[in-house]
Design a protein around this ligand. Structure first.
Ligand SMILES: CC(C)(COP(=O)(O)OP(=O)(O)OC[C@H]1O[C@@H](n2cnc3c(N)ncnc32)[C@H](O)[C@@H]1OP(=O)(O)O)[C@@H](O)C(=O)NCCC(=O)NCCS
Length: 158
């Protein structure tokens, strides 16, 4: 069955899936309705989702991206991320931003598409979440900010 990636209204966002990327439903709901919502589906089953909110007329932020655990590591997340990047590049946006943990495979996931680290928000995950977030047995404290320039090609991959 072919993978279908499309934009859908935020009201159709699969919250359960997005909670894999942002463990606070309250936070997801706070940016959901101003965000672009993109889903990857196999037939009637949604297996991936991504929310992107505008920061300004030419800048947008990936707020969350997630793939159902049974479908991870099969290329779906990369296809969805590339589709979203292409969507914003074609819409005339100049840059996409994302915040992610300071360690883990997610860092490579974004950098493979050309995202570059631009800053660090120390203690972000302590200051913004009630419960500790543990990944690979390590507590997440700091968030890295990454930016992908959509109008330049010299820093990105082929
Ligand atoms: C991040 C995520 C969207 C990637 O989707 P995906 O469909 O698994 O991505 P891909 O199959 O394209 O894999 C991309 C890379 O991530 C790696 N990866 C994916 N899931 C992984 C996991 N759970 N543990 C370790 N590596 C993982 C893949 O092995 C691949 O690396 P490789 O090319 O060196 O093998 C998905 O893993 C996910 O939903 N994770 C939980 C939510 C999350 O952390 N979202 C990002 C918030 S910043």
């Amino acid at each position: 069955m072919p993978l279908l990636i499309q934009q859908v209204p935020p009201t159709q966002a699969p919250i359960d899936l997005l909670l894999l990327a942002d463990p606070s439903e309250e936070k997801i709901r706070s940016y959901l309705h101003q965000s672009g919502c993109f889903v990857a589906s196999l037939g009637a089953m949604v297996i991936g989702a991504c929310l992107v909110r505008p920061l300004g007329p030419t800048s947008h932020e990936i707020m969350s991206i997630a793939v159902h655990p049974e479908h991870q590591k099969s290329g779906t997340g990369t296809l969805l991320l590339k589709w979203v990047i292409d969507f914003y590049r074609r819409s005339g946006a100049q840059q996409l931003e994302v915040g992610t943990g300071s360690f883990g495979y997610q860092l490579a996931f974004y950098q493979r598409q050309g995202f570059r680290v631009t800053g660090i928000e120390r203690n972000f995950f302590i200051d913004n979440y009630n419960k500790p977030i543990i990944e690979d047995g390590i507590r997440l404290y700091d968030m890295l900010r990454l930016v992908l320039q959509l109008t330049k090609t010299e820093c990105g991959p082929e």
